[in-house]
Write a protein that binds this ligand. Structure first.
Ligand code: FE2
Ligand code: FE2
Length: 197
């Protein structure tokens, strides 16, 4: 799926997630909030690209809609919505970002931020697919199937923007580097009841 190097073992759903759905949902709600926050950050960093600003403005609405739907499920089930959970997986990915100083590095930095977002969408989509196929909970199975399609579209959006606006950058080569790096990172996960855990 999306050339991800390592598929998620259904063990994660059966032996980790299903024992603590409340924790999964709290973490998931914050993943959606962070996706919206990231889209806002991309607007602030790239005001010179009208298409990007417009797409990100739409994305903020969609991700906050996802957030609200997860929050609604939490409340409906009588769970409590806790504090934000640390996302060690995303923090490890962030370390791989090329940080641009000055105008010359600006496009490179923008492309990397778009690829980071594409990477998180791709893995989230893969996790949602695994959840929808294996979770023994009809409501959540259907919910994650729907979100899987939505996040797949976001992956396509971010990769597309990187290719279109990454003038002078070998975006395909850099994407291969991201895939290889993520493949190493994700080996250490699959043990916690969080979306990327
Ligand atoms: Fe989302
Ligand atoms: Fe998304």
């Amino acid at each position: 799926m999306f050339k991800l190097q390592l598929p998620t073992d259904p063990f994660w759903v059966k032996n980790v997630v299903e024992s603590n759905i409340e924790e999964l949902l709290t973490d998931h709600a914050y993943c959606e909030q962070k996706a919206a926050t990231n889209a806002i950050t991309l607007i602030i960093q790239n005001p010179q690209i009208p298409e990007l600003v417009s797409e990100m403005a739409e994305l903020v609405k969609e991700e906050m809609d996802h957030f609200k739907r997860v929050h609604d499920i939490i409340i409906k089930r009588g769970y409590s919505f806790g504090l934000e959970r640390k996302d060690n997986y995303v923090n490890e990915l962030i370390k791989f970002l090329k940080r641009g100083g000055g105008e010359a590095k600006r496009t490179e930095s923008m492309v990397d931020r778009l690829l980071l977002a594409a990477m998180i969408e791709a893995r989230s989509c893969e996790r949602f697919k695994t959840l929808s196929e294996h979770v023994d909970d009809k409501e959540l199975s259907e919910f994650y199937y729907e979100l899987m399609i939505s996040e797949a579209n976001h992956y396509t959006l971010f990769i597309g923007l990187a290719r279109k606006y990454g003038t002078g950058i070998d975006v395909e080569k850099r994407w291969e580097e991201w895939l290889a790096y993520e493949g190493e990172v994700i080996k250490r996960y699959g043990k916690a009841e969080t979306i990327h855990g």
